[in-house]
Each structure stands twice: as structure tokens, then as C-alpha cells.
Design a protein around this ligand. Structure first.
Ligand code: P1T
Length: 394
């Protein structure tokens, strides 16, 4: 497989499931292996200086990574996919396209690590961040000025499940000349296609739904234009935060069942959300599938289903009760991360979002007692029974 070979164009016209399995893939030319070999090599022989088969050094290119990157491009409908050592490394690469004085308008509800990277690292290099409620396009419009280079959007957001209208943001970015990046981690490419809605770049923590089995940490970007892909490819190689070939293989294997898993995450998410909403000990459930969710209309338009993520608070808001609940669940494991086949629960204020100051968390509605669920693909009755037993013990 030559890294310059463009993946066979299985085409956006083929269905998502077919692309998840075949998109950008070719059988190994030397053996016919159906899955790409895990190329555990750091370097490649040259017959004379500069004479090689398209691969020189594995920071720059590795055939297993090429196979994954081609798959990512096919799934998101972009010109090129780029894989990174983690989701954070992918975000880091995007921010490195900017210069001191450039401004970023970002969602005020974001994964805690993204907020930390923005405010504790890139702010020190002279970038300016403006955090707004992206479910209100007017707030974005007001925050954008002639120095804005990037609009950074999570939708649905982590952990409040706020919904931003990607097509409306794309209109704003067109007028401003900024680049629109969508962190598509919570939705996955099966559920939401940001590039088709006008975004320039999609980012993923592939650690989550793309990998799908909680066994790998990896990040991804998919660019809509060749120009953007080229700039990011430069950063990927120059900074060097690339994933190893085994990790690329694991994500590629996960992707092959993405469509099936996301269907089940969606139906289980719906069942769990409805159960919690009707439970007398639950105060509020954040899930965009409810008709009374403020983002429901936009989510119905831009998402294929409402995914498997939700968050909720208990009545009387006692922090000890939230701690008790997450510690009493048995099928749901108390752990960071999301998007795997197994159900997880978490307490964002002390875990995934602890690096965001409390005043900032409260601005986006992230209360101290909020509980987040990543609903897996187990039998739904067992998930409900687990929640019931834990709520009964409060
Ligand atoms: O963990 P990593 O692969 O580096 O991805 C970072 C990241 C980026 N964007 C979103 C929306 C994320 O949720 C994450 C990682 N999130 C968790 C670990 C979590 O439990 O929320």
C-alpha cells in the first residue's frame, strides 16, 4: 500500500455501514490479507537516497495508520483523515495553526481537558478564547470579530448535551472568514456529519465511539479541504503526536461495527433517558431526544439518532446522594471516558470536568451534583434494573 495512493473511492453514495467496513480500504497487496497488517516498524528501506516505496519513517507515515486515516476520511466525507496519539493531541494540532493574537470562539460547555488545553496552555502563547453558549447562534455572532480564526464547537456538548446548529454556525463562519471545527465525539460520524453541514474540520476522541471497546486512546481529524489537510499533515509530522500502528488497527476494527453499535446506543439511550425522566427521585434529565429539550428541533434535523450520552441531577441536589448513586451502580462502571460497549457513569464536577473552575461550570448549567451516563449496548432491562436498585438505596 503506497501512502500516496488515494483510497479506492467507495464514494459518499454508498451507505454508511458499507463505508464503515470498506471505506478507504484495500486488501494487503502482498498477501491479500483482508485486514491491514499491523506494521510494527519505525523505518523503511531505501534502495538509494530518496528511492523508497512511499514510506520513509513511521512518524510521517505508517501503512496501518494510512488505512485508518482513509477510513476516517470516508466516514466523515472529507478529503483526508489524520490520526493522533489522543483526542487532546488532535486538538493541540488544530490550535497550532493559529498565531499569537488570534481569537477562538468556543462552546462554554466543553470536555474539561479541552478547556484546560485552551486556557492553561494556548492562552499563554497569546491566543484569546471567548466562551459562549453555542446553542445561541446570536452569542457566537456577537463574539466573532476580525481577529477570530477559529470557531470551536462541541455538539452535543460534554456533559450538558447542549445542541449547536452546525449549519447556522457555518453561515456565521462564512461571513467572518474563521474556520469552523466540530468535536463530533459525542455523536460519532454515524449520527452526525458536520462537514456536510458546512464545518471545515471534524475532530474526534476516537478513544470513544470510533474505537468503541475502551481499549485504546487515539484522536482524529478529518479535513474538508486539501489546503487544510496539508497544513495539519505538516503539524502532525512536525510535532509528532502520532498513534502507534496497533492502536490504529484497534480503532479500524472498532469502526467496522460503528453503525450497529450506534443504533443500539441510541435505542438504549432512549430507554434509559425515559426511565430516569419518570423516576420520582430524579430532578432533571439532559437528553436531546426529549421534545422539551431546547435543542430538540435542531438535533432532530442534524442527528440520525440522539446517541447514548445523557446527564441528570437528583431531587434535592445532594452531592452525597449523587456520590452514593454512582458508587452503588453495578452494571454501570464508575469511570472516566465514554462511548464503549459497556455502560459507564461519572461525576463530571470531580472527574472529567474538575479542571474547569466551578463558576465557569455553573454558567453552562453543570451543577456539582450532575451525574453523566454513557449508555452501553447491554440488554436495556439490565441497565434499568441496575438504576432502579441504586435509586432504591438512596
Ligand atoms: O481522551 P482523549 O482521547 O485525549 O480525548 C479528549 C476529548 C476530546 N473531546 C471530547 C468531547 C471528549 O469527551 C474527550 C475525552 N473525554 C473524556 C475522557 C470524558 O470522560 O469525557
Amino acid at each position: 500500500m503506497n501512502q500516496d495512493d488515494k483510497a479506492p473511492d467507495h464514494g459518499a453514495q454508498q451507505g454508511f455501514g458499507t463505508r464503515a467496513i470498506h471505506g478507504g480500504q484495500q486488501h494487503d497487496p502482498s498477501t491479500g490479507a483482508v485486514m491491514p497488517p499491523v506494521y510494527l516498524t519505525s523505518t523503511y528501506a531505501q534502495s538509494a537516497p530518496g528511492q523508497h516505496l512511499g514510506y520513509e519513517y513511521s512518524r510521517t507515515h505508517n501503512p496501518t495508520r494510512t488505512a485508518l486515516q482513509n477510513s476516517l476520511a470516508s466516514l466523515e466525507g472529507g478529503v483526508e483523515g489524520l490520526a493522533f496519539a489522543s483526542g487532546m493531541a488532535a486538538i493541540d494540532a488544530v490550535l497550532k495553526l493559529l498565531l499569537p493574537g488570534d481569537e477562538v470562539v468556543a462552546s462554554n460547555d466543553l470536555y474539561g481537558g479541552t478547556y484546560r488545553l485552551f486556557t492553561k496552555i494556548f492562552q499563554h502563547f497569546g491566543l484569546v478564547f471567548r466562551f459562549v453558549d453555542m446553542s445561541q447562534p446570536l452569542q457566537v455572532e456577537r463574539a466573532v470579530n476580525e481577529r477570530t480564526r477559529l470557531i470551536w464547537c462541541e455538539t452535543p456538548t460534554n456533559p450538558m448535551l447542549h445542541i449547536a446548529d452546525i449549519a447556522a454556525l457555518a453561515e456565521i463562519k462564512k461571513r467572518s472568514g474563521a474556520m469552523l471545527v466540530v468535536d463530533n465525539t459525542f455523536a460519532s460520524p454515524y449520527v452526525q456529519q458536520p462537514l456536510a453541514l458546512g464545518a471545515d474540520l471534524v475532530m474526534h476522541s476516537a478513544t470513544k465511539y470510533l474505537g468503541g471497546h475502551s481499549d485504546v486512546v487515539l484522536g482524529a481529524l478529518v479535513a474538508k479541504s486539501e489546503h487544510l489537510a496539508e497544513r495539519l499533515r505538516f503539524v502532525q509530522n512536525a510535532s509528532g503526536a502520532v498513534p502507534g500502528p496497533l492502536d490504529c488497527f484497534l480503532v479500524l476494527r472498532g469502526i467496522k461495527t460503528l453503525h450497529l453499535r450506534m443504533e443500539r446506543h441510541g435505542t438504549n439511550g432512549r430507554v434509559v433517558a425515559a426511565f430516569l425522566k419518570s423516576h420520582p427521585k430524579v430532578k432533571k434529565v439532559h437528553w436531546p431526544g426529549f421534545p422539551d429539550h431546547p435543542g430538540h428541533e435542531v438535533a432532530s434535523r442534524q442527528m440520525r439518532n440522539f446517541g447514548g450520552m445523557l446527564s441528570f441531577t437528583l431531587k434535592d441536589d445532594a452531592l452525597e446522594k449523587a456520590f452514593h448513586l454512582v458508587s452503588t451502580l453495578q452494571v454501570f462502571t464508575l469511570a472516566e471516558s465514554l462511548g464503549g460497549v459497556e455502560s459507564l457513569c461519572g461525576h463530571p464536577a470531580s472527574m472529567t470536568h474538575a479542571s474547569i473552575p466551578r463558576e465557569e461550570r455553573l454558567k453552562s448549567g453543570l451543577e456539582d451534583s450532575l451525574i453523566r451516563l454513557s449508555v452501553g449496548i447491554e440488554d436495556p432491562e439490565d441497565l434499568l434494573a441496575d438504576l432502579q436498585q441504586a435509586l432504591d438505596k438512596l
